[in-house]
Structure formats: C-alpha cells, structure tokens
Design a protein around this ligand. Structure first.
Ligand code: C2E
Ligand code: MG
Ligand code: MG
Length: 524
C-alpha cells in the first residue's frame, strides 16, 4: 500500500471513527428508549386485563350468590337483596332479573312496561353471557356492559375496565378477540385496535408503539403516539452525546496512532523487507593502471511499490536504529550471490564487495549467512570482499574477531570511507585488513588546493606502509585518476568510469572492460 493510499485510508477511517460511535450510540439509545416504552405499554395492557378479570370475577360472584340463594319473583326482599349486592360491588351499577324473555325487576325496583332480554354477544367458557352494548331502561342513552347468567344479569360501565391512571398520549382499551371494541380511550386507531385483537403482541409501526395482552376471549391493549414517545426520550439520547464524543475521540486517536505507526520509517522498512523491495546495484571498481574492471561494490537500493527509489543514506540509519539491519544484510548477501553467481563462475578474478554496518560487525551474523549462500551457489569466498566503515570498529575486539574469521575463510576486508571516522593509526595497524578505501571528500580535494588535499599523500603512504591495497572512491575527473595512478593507488570507482549499474548491466560492463592479465594477477 502506497503512502498516499495509507494517508487517504487513515483519513477515511478517522472520519468513520468520528461519526460511527455517535451514530451507533444514538441508535442504541433510541432503540433502548423505544423498548422501555414498549415494555411500559405491555405493563399498562396487563393492568387493564387484570381490571377486566377483577370486574368479571365480581360480576360472577354476584350472579352465583343470587342463583345459590334462589331468588325469583321480584318480591321486595328480592329487590332489596339485589340492591344490597349492587352497593357491595363497586364495579356493578345495576342488577336485573328476567322472567321469560322480559326484564321483570332491577336493583332499583319492579320494571314497568316490556323490556326484552337481548341475546349475548359472546359467551365465556363457564356459560357467562356478555352483552357488549346494553342501553338500560332507566337511562337509554348510556351504554353498559351486561353479564348474564341464568335469570339475573349485572350491568357494568365499560369505562370501569380501563379506569386506571395513565399518562397522556397513551390509549388504553379492551376488545373482543374478534376485534370488536368493548371500551377504548377516545381517538384510538380502529384498524390498529382490530390488528391488536388478533394476538398478544408488542411492537411499533410508523405512527405508534403498542402492546396487547390476551386472556380468555378478551384483549387489552395500550397504544402510544410514536412521535410523542420519541420526543420524550430525546433528552435521554442527548445525554449519550458526551459518551459518543468520548468514544469518537478514542477511536480517532487510535486510527491516528495506528496510521502513524504504519507510516513510521521502521514499519515501512519492515514491510519492504518482507515484500523483498530491495535490489542491489553494482558500481564497477577499475584498476587504475590499465583501466580494466576488477569487480564492483554492491550498493543496496530500495524501490518502493510506486517506483520511487530511496537512497541507502536514508534507510540504512533507520535499519541500524531499529534492529532491522541484520535482515537487510541477509537480503543483500542473498541478492548479490544470486545476481552474480553465474558471472562469477566464468570470471574467477571478478570480485564484489559488500558493505557491513556496525551491528553486523558486532554480531558477526553475516559470516554464517554468507558462507551458506556461497556454498549454495558454488561461489568462492575470495570473490566476495567485505567493507566495514570506521564506525563499525567502535567495538574493535568483536569486529576484529569476526573479520579475522572472514579473512581466514578467504574473504578480503577493506576499511570504508577512510578518513571520515574515528580510527586511530594504532587501531588501523591492529585490524585484520587487506584494503583501504579513501573517502570521496579527499578525492574531491585533489587539484583544488583544499586543506584535505594535503592529507591524501599521507593516507596513501600509510596504506602502502601497512601493506594495504588502496581503492579511491568517487573519482569523477580524469585529473583525479591521473594523480591517484601516479601516487600508486591501485583501484578506483566513481562516475568517471561508471555509476552503480543493475546486475545485468554490470556483468556486461565487466565483460567489456576485463582487466589486462597483469592486473588480474595483482588482484588475485
Ligand atoms: P559507500 O560505501 O561509501 O558507497 C559509495 C557511495 O558513493 C554510493 O552511494 C555511490 O553510489 C556513491 N558514489 C560512487 N561514485 C560516485 C561519484 O563519482 N560521485 C558521487 N557523487 N557519488 C558517488 P550510495 O549508493 O548512495 O551509498 C551510500 C552509502 O550507503 C554507502 O557509502 C554505504 O555506506 C551505504 N550502503 C550502500 N549499500 C549498502 C549495503 O548494502 N549495506 C550497508 N550496510 N550499507 C550500504
Ligand atoms: Mg562502501
Ligand atoms: Mg565508501
């Protein structure tokens, strides 16, 4: 994934992380508020149903008492008994007695005229008949509920069934299972009442929240206005906002932290190593006397997925700091041996030098890795040189030990960038070295009269004195090459000859610039 797409993804994720918690919490709090409203409605419906049961039980008890006591005939005692029972049962308004198919007397006295008995609208399993709309003889405009058994009936005001204190915005009602309303708060949606009568349910539609409870042939229901219920829960939802903001902030922070981690140089390098994004280029090293190519320095390059090249000066220090240098060195060794194994076989005097860092020299890990790669590809150790900068010798004892073993195995060892680090002359003498590479800054000074120009002859004499070969780095001008050749420097590399080349180009360069037989002997 390119840096740009990581940044774009991180921005998108951050926006999502900012919005999502607010959205989710608002949704959850809304659902919770609606669910709690629905359970309140279910509770109200349950209470209404209990009220129906209590009323029916009262009516049944009164009717059973009259039946058991065997009253008939509308005597004064009969009427007085009915009145006493009416006054005793708060739900009951009136008691009636039928003779044949006419009402003969009520708890208020003997009935004059012909009031016919009506057939029941529904019958409960125990034989109790219910008339849903009875208009009493005494007040025909009133609508009563009549419960009849045998020859007596009792009248109940339907409002009593829903006579519970409820919040405004709630409709409470009772209906038959067939959807016929017995009583309902004014304004209840008849279609919804019919729907709720079919089964016990709890739910919501676009305009309502509702719950119904069923017992026997009766349904009690409670309905609330959805908009009103939602408005009343708005405060609760607003209370969730700080929590939502906190969750958003935590998530955004997490996204930023993760993307920074992902974009950190170490992480990028780690991924590049795993994806094998490193290639090695080879800068030809020429023999100054004859101008022939004797080998090359392996210089690692990082080619990012978008095609951009990253120079080693940018990522080698990061690799060293983050402990990834060992893995990078392993990859460079493997790459170099793979790239050049074929060419080495036909060119026994060709060499390649591999750069080592302080970490490599301290651990000595490079040696077994190199030996294994060379053995696998059948390459002679003498064809691989090792370059160690002066900084690599800070831990002189272990670095010296590992390089001594490398030399014993057949490798040649050079000190790189000589003159730019901290090496003391005594240290130089004690190190197991074969060659010294003069840093480009000294080469640049040649012929310019710069102060560093004075040092070069001494460095060359020193190397000669210690019996070391000399490689001049960064040779760009023919004058520099002439000076170095005349001063007895054996090898040079630099843009005067060639920049670093891809493996195939270097092999072609080498074949076109093979050293003269004399130079071959001196290198070998
Ligand atoms: P170095 O080992 O001193 O490598 C020589 C550097 O000088 C290379 O730069 C090379 O391309 C550059 N150079 C060569 N000739 C000329 C020239 O005529 N003019 C100019 N201006 N520059 C020239 P590069 O490839 O950028 O490497 C920089 C440093 O990175 C190297 O310095 C070396 O210390 C390190 N490096 C490169 N590859 C590796 C590697 O595989 N492992 C380790 N540990 N370090 C590496
Ligand atoms: Mg080098
Ligand atoms: Mg160098």
């Amino acid at each position: 994934m390119s840096r740009r797409s990581i940044v774009v993804t991180a921005i998108l994720l951050a926006v999502l992380a900012a919005v999502l918690p607010l959205f989710v919490l608002s949704h959850i709090s809304r659902q919770r508020a609606l669910a709690s409203e629905q359970s309140r409605l279910a509770h109200e419906a349950e209470r209404a149903l209990q009220r129906v049961q209590v009323t029916v039980a009262q009516a049944r008890r009164v009717l059973e008492t009259l039946e058991r006591e065997g009253w008939s005939g509308c005597s004064d005692a009969h009427v007085a008994r009915m009145r006493a029972l009416t006054l005793d049962a708060p739900a009951i308004e009136e008691i009636g007695f039928f003779e044949g198919d006419r009402l003969a007397c009520t708890s208020w006295g003997v009935v004059d005229g012909h009031v016919p008995a009506q057939p029941s609208d529904l019958e409960l399993p125990d034989g109790l008949g219910i008339d849903l709309e009875l208009h009493p003889a005494a007040s025909p405009s009133a609508t009563m509920l009549a419960l009849r058994r045998d020859r007596h009936n009792v009248l109940v005001k339907p409002e009593r069934l829903v006579d519970v204190i409820i919040d405004p915005g709630i409709w409470l009602g009772v209906a038959t299972r067939t959807g016929r309303p017995i009583v309902a708060s004014p304004g209840a949606d008849p279609a919804l009442v019919a729907r709720l009568s079919r089964a016990a349910t709890t739910g919501a539609d676009e305009r309502h929240l509702f719950a119904s409870r069923v017992e026997g042939g009766v349904v009690a229901f409670a309905i609330a206005d959805r908009a009103q219920a939602e408005a009343s829960t708005a405060a609760e939802r607003r209370a969730m906002v700080p929590l939502g903001l906190l969750a958003s902030a935590v998530l955004v922070g997490l996204v930023v932290w993760l993307s920074r981690q992902r974009l950190s140089p170490q992480r990028e390098l780690d991924i590049a190593l795993r994806r094998g994004e490193f290639v090695v280029h080879y800068q030809p090293v020429v023999e100054l006397a004859g101008g022939g190519c004797v080998g090359a320095e392996a210089l690692v390059r990082w080619q990012r997925p978008d095609g951009a090249w990253v120079p080693p000066n940018l990522f080698i220090p990061v690799a060293e700091r983050s402990g990834l240098i060992a893995a990078l060195t392993d990859q460079v060794i493997e790459r170099v041996v793979q790239d050049l194994a074929g060419a080495f076989a036909g060119e026994p005097s060709m060499h390649v030098s591999i750069n080592l860092c302080a970490g490599d020299l301290h651990s000595g890990r490079f040696l077994p890795v190199l030996e294994a790669a060379l053995a696998r590809h059948g390459v002679a150790p003498s064809q691989v040189w090792l370059e160690a900068t002066e900084r690599g010798f800070i831990d002189t004892a272990s670095a010296g030990g590992h390089l001594a073993r490398a030399r014993a195995a057949g490798h040649r060892v050079a000190i790189d960038d000589f003159g730019t680090g901290y090496s003391s002359l005594s240290m130089l003498e004690s190190l197991p070295l074969d060659a010294l590479k003069i840093d480009k800054s000294f080469i640049d000074a040649i012929g310019r009269g710069a102060a560093t120009g004075v040092v070069i002859p001494h460095v060359i004499n020193l190397a000669h004195g210690l019996g070391l070969d000399i490689v001049a780095e960064g040779v760009e001008a023919p004058g520099q090459a002439a000076y170095l050749a005349q001063a007895g420097v054996q090898y040079a590399q630099g843009w005067l000859y060639s920049p670093a080349l891809a493996a195939d180009d270097f092999i072609a360069y080498y074949r076109a610039h093979r050293p003269s037989p004399r130079a071959v002997q001196s290198v070998a």
